[in-house]
Design a protein around this ligand. Structure first.
Ligand code: HOZ
Length: 429
């Protein structure tokens, strides 16, 4: 049993001045139960809490730590840059280098605009799609999470799924009336909506591999079917690559899946974990953004030099070392095989979904390919699994509605130990 007294004290203290004691709901452990752990530092594949306990990290800051925590070249670049000021509110050469790098890596990204988070990126991409098409409605998928801008908080995944929040007070009916939803992997439902609202739909936004309801994989033909609908109806196809961008391949899900998007959104990954986001895409659409066009979008912290140098250093490493992708994929496949073997020794049915370096476990006897099937799984058992693993030093996402992320820093020995702990959990369950 780990001693977590300091985390408990910090949580008590935090609740007095921070709503729920945390600055982002899923970390509060409310759905899995227990007290959240307060982290002090992390290096490579490991996080260390305030009591000095070590955890093998399977969330990796929800994706961006592809190379592991505190990757030296990124840390050094940040320190060096910080000495030249932390913000200008004026353009820098580094922003051009960053834009050129992203455009050289991601397919269909001719131009890119920096923002400060994935939420801002999705919010701005949607506004741009609406401004470009002159239409108001858009389609999103149940269980996908595109940040917390009002329009997206309808049947959303991640924390909303975790806490079963169906409607969000404060999001007006006037806003959500333009948000249309369809089940993930259900092309027919999308065709129906397009028929129902002819000429009214500005965009279809999707996580090309979903990570906010556990890991959900697009079925063959689904994304291409959406692409075809968008082409036929003049709808802007937006890939939310906040989780998949630069992770599934140097060119993200677009490259890995061979599907073209019109606009793409990115988040923390392009800042090496710092608060950054970006949206980019085809020139003809991006040219509608101010100051070229009238679709307004702005921010003092956009293109922040510290975030840019961190992201540039990480993305350049990924671009120059394609073997990294094989490494993280191989490790995830090895984990998959180990988990499969360990969980098979128990009596609870389970499904492991894996795509590239994203993976998750649902305790279900049915295929898990959309939000309804993820929600129907035995998530009470997942919560026990989470705690069993945490006690043994493995930090899984504190919700069945989140994917796990694998980093390059994770070793095969770490994975063997993870599998051993899983086996232990199952045999004592
Ligand atoms: N919504 C985030 C994961 N999908 C969780 C963010 C956090 O708690 O840091």
């Amino acid at each position: 049993m780990k001693i977590t007294t300091r985390s408990q004290e910090l949580f008590e203290r935090a609740q007095k001045t921070i709503p729920g004691g945390v600055n982002s709901p899923v970390r509060a452990f409310r759905s899995v139960g227990g007290t959240p752990l307060f982290m002090e530092r992390a290096k490579g594949a490991y996080m260390f809490d305030a009591d000095g306990n070590r955890y093998v990290d399977y969330i990796n800051s929800w994706g961006p730590m592809i190379l592991g925590h505190a990757y030296e070249p990124v840390v050094e670049a940040i320190c060096e840059k910080a000495a030249h000021s932390t913000s200008f509110g004026a353009p820098t050469e580094l922003e051009i280098e960053m834009a050129e790098l992203i455009c050289s890596m991601a397919p269909n990204v001719d131009m890119v605009r920096m923002v400060s988070s994935g939420t801002e990126a999705c919010m701005s991409a949607l506004r741009l799609a609406r401004g470009y098409t002159g239409r108001n409605k858009f389609i999103k998928f149940e269980g996908c999470y595109h940040g917390h801008a009002d329009a997206f908080l309808v049947k959303a995944g991640s924390g909303l799924a975790t806490f079963n929040i169906q409607t969000v007070p404060g999001v007006t009916a006037g806003v959500s009336i333009d948000t249309l939803t369809a089940p993930y992997n259900d092309l027919e439902a999308v065709e129906q909506l397009v028929k129902q609202y002819p000429g009214e739909i500005a965009a279809i936004i999707i996580e090309p591999v979903a990570g906010n309801m556990g890991c959900i994989i697009p079925e063959p033909g689904f994304l291409q079917g959406l692409r075809d609908i968008c082409d036929k109806e003049g709808i802007v196809f937006i890939f939310d690559e906040v989780m998949t961008g630069f992770r599934l391949a140097a060119g993200g899900a677009q490259e890995r899946l061979g599907i073209d998007a019109d606009l793409v959104t990115y988040g923390k990954v392009i800042g090496g974990g710092l608060p950054v986001g970006a949206f980019g895409g085809k020139r003809a659409i991006m040219e509608h953004i101010a100051p070229l066009g009238n679709v307004y979008q702005a921010g003092t912290l956009s293109g922040n030099p510290i975030a840019m140098i961190a992201g540039y250093t990480m993305l350049k490493t990924l671009k120059d070392n394609p073997a990294i992708y094989k490494d993280i994929d191989d490790k995830t496949a090895y984990l998959h095989a180990g988990l499969e073997k360990a969980l098979s020794t128990g009596s609870s049915p389970f499904v492991i979904n894996r795509f590239g370096s994203m993976i998750s476990v649902h305790f279900s006897d049915k295929i898990v390919n959309n939000f309804a099937s993820a929600a129907a799984a035995n998530n009470a058992l997942f919560n026990k699994f989470f705690h069993g693993m945490l006690t043994d030093g493995f930090y899984l996402p504190p919700s069945a509605f989140e994917t796990w992320f694998i980093s390059k820093a994770l070793s095969f020995e770490d994975i063997d130990e993870t599998v051993f702990a899983t086996q232990n959990f199952i045999s004592n369950f």
